[in-house]
Design a binder for this molecule. Structure first.
Ligand SMILES: Nc1ncnc2c1ncn2[C@@H]1O[C@H](COP(=O)(O)OP(=O)(O)O)[C@@H](O)[C@H]1O
Ligand SMILES: O=C(O)[C@H](O)C(=O)COP(=O)(O)O
Length: 427
């Protein structure tokens, strides 16, 4: 398998988000979970998105994992590697976007790396280096309350600089509006000044097409699905993509079996989606404190609840709760310990539900998805049709339970009726 574009995603929902965008823009794409075993039968594709769970880990762990993935992608012919970060720039104060960016740049021979999380289709825009979420500055948006990576500064040049050894520059909107040559000139000027990376403004898809055109001339870039859109369209325009046939058809064959939603995201969007789902299907709200103090009992109780209901139709099991309740739990048990313990519990519940016949599974939350997919041992996914902007249906490849339809929903994505919409498509 020789590929054109490689990507390393710092969480699993972000990986499927990007894979959706690349597919929609003409690239045959597959999503892997880590580096796949050489024996895994992967389809002939133009792009591979390697899912990693490194958004909230220690910087050196993220750098090491990303470096291994980058070498694997280059070994399969990737001429460009995109480090897929969150469109809301989610990262801990200690990193990891800066350290991974510097390591990938060094591996690629240096230079100033283009960075933009803009994804206008989902309301993420960047202006004068400041990130806006549906018109709100990042630090005034719901992302300020993220359980693991609360975002307190919308100025991405400052945020990136705080995580980086080198200087961080800005490619402002007037430069982007000037087209690829103007952006290239600005990037060259920043490189001459010794900048390690440059935050690029983007408000419209046309800005992303410009940035994708320039990024593709370099070996590495950093961004969210918006930059993926620009890279994909630049590749198709270059004539290097053998076919732009939509390949999601392979992924939608019905699988039958029971259906379940596992929610760990505490985003405002997911909380709304759970509330709407409650009007149409059984919803169990787990006791987060018992998941920390009596996990096996709470898991057993949840599985008994599920066993009485999942024959009749889809069920929802959620740990998700309000920012206030999250903060209260974290104040008593710690942010990291709470998050990982709840991920472990929700993934254990998911795995047992699959053992009892669930083959159509929706997971809400990036870290929650990572824990669940790892617990199930799923090595890769075919990309199916889009359910909502940034959220495709996926079909498993090579997992021991047999083929499943899976949706890994980014916490902030999807409309209020997302769960019913997804389950109606996942037959
Ligand atoms: N009730 C809760 N209290 C504290 N943390 C929680 C609760 N429910 C879920 N979590 C944790 O919050 C984090 C949510 O992160 P993630 O799954 O990535 O969602 P998102 O996609 O919204 O970022 C996970 O670590 C999860 O275990
Ligand atoms: O918002 C994005 O770019 C991606 O969909 C993503 O990274 C989502 O991460 P989350 O943890 O599921 O919010």
């Amino acid at each position: 398998m020789t590929i054109l574009l490689g990507s390393i995603a710092d969480d699993y929902t972000g990986a499927s988000d990007l894979a959706n965008t690349l597919t929609k823009n003409g690239l045959r794409t597959v999503q892997t979970v880590g580096i796949p075993d050489p024996s895994l039968p992967l389809p002939d594709v133009d792009a591979v998105v390697v899912s990693l769970k490194i958004r909230s880990v220690a910087a050196q762990e993220a750098v090491a994992a990303a470096g291994t993935a980058e070498r694997w992608l280059r070994g399969r012919g990737a001429m460009h590697v995109l480090y897929k970060i969150c469109s809301t720039f989610d990262s801990t104060d200690q990193g990891n976007i800066g350290p991974v960016t510097e390591a990938l740049a060094e591996a690629a021979g240096g230079g100033t790396v283009l960075v933009t999380p803009a994804f206008p289709e989902t309301g993420r825009t960047v202006y004068l280096g400041h990130l806006f979420v549906n018109g709100q500055p990042l630090d005034e948006s719901p992302l300020k309350d993220h359980p693991l990576n609360p975002m307190h500064d919308a100025n991405l040049v400052r945020v990136m600089a705080s995580q980086s050894r080198g200087a961080i520059g800005l490619i402002d909107l007037p430069a982007v509006a000037g087209g690829p040559d103007a952006v290239k000139a600005r990037l060259d000027a920043l490189r001459a000044e010794g900048a390690g990376a440059a935050i690029a403004d983007a408000v419209f898809e046309s800005d992303l097409e410009t940035l994708g055109e320039v990024a593709l001339r370099t070996p590495v870039s950093i961004g969210a699905s918006g930059l993926g859109l620009g890279l994909a369209r630049a590749l198709v325009r270059s004539g290097r993509v053998p076919s732009t046939v939509n390949t999601t058809a392979d992924a939608i064959r019905p699988v039958g079996g029971h259906a379940a939603v596992i929610a760990g995201s505490c985003s405002s969007a997911t909380l709304r989606q759970i509330a709407i789902a409650e009007q149409a299907m059984p919803v169990l709200r787990l006791d987060p404190e018992r998941l920390l103090t009596a996990a096996s009992d709470e898991i057993s109780a949840a599985l008994s609840w599920a066993g009485e209901r999942m024959e009749a139709g889809p069920i929802v099991i959620a740990a998700s709760t309000t920012p206030e309740a999250v903060s209260d739990l974290q104040s008593r048990y710690g942010r990291e310990i709470s998050g990982r313990a709840i991920e472990a519990a929700t993934s254990a519940i998911a795995a047992e539900l699959v053992a009892r016949g669930v083959r159509r599974l929706v997971v809400a939350g990036g870290e929650t998805s990572g824990a669940t997919v790892d617990m199930l041992g799923i090595p890769a996914f075919l990309i199916g049709p889009e359910i909502a902007p940034g959220v495709p249906m996926l079909r498993t490849i090579g997992n021991s339970q047999g083929e499943m339809l899976v949706t890994l929903k980014s916490g902030n994505f999807g409309g209020d009726d997302f769960f019913a919409t997804a389950l109606a498509m996942m037959r």
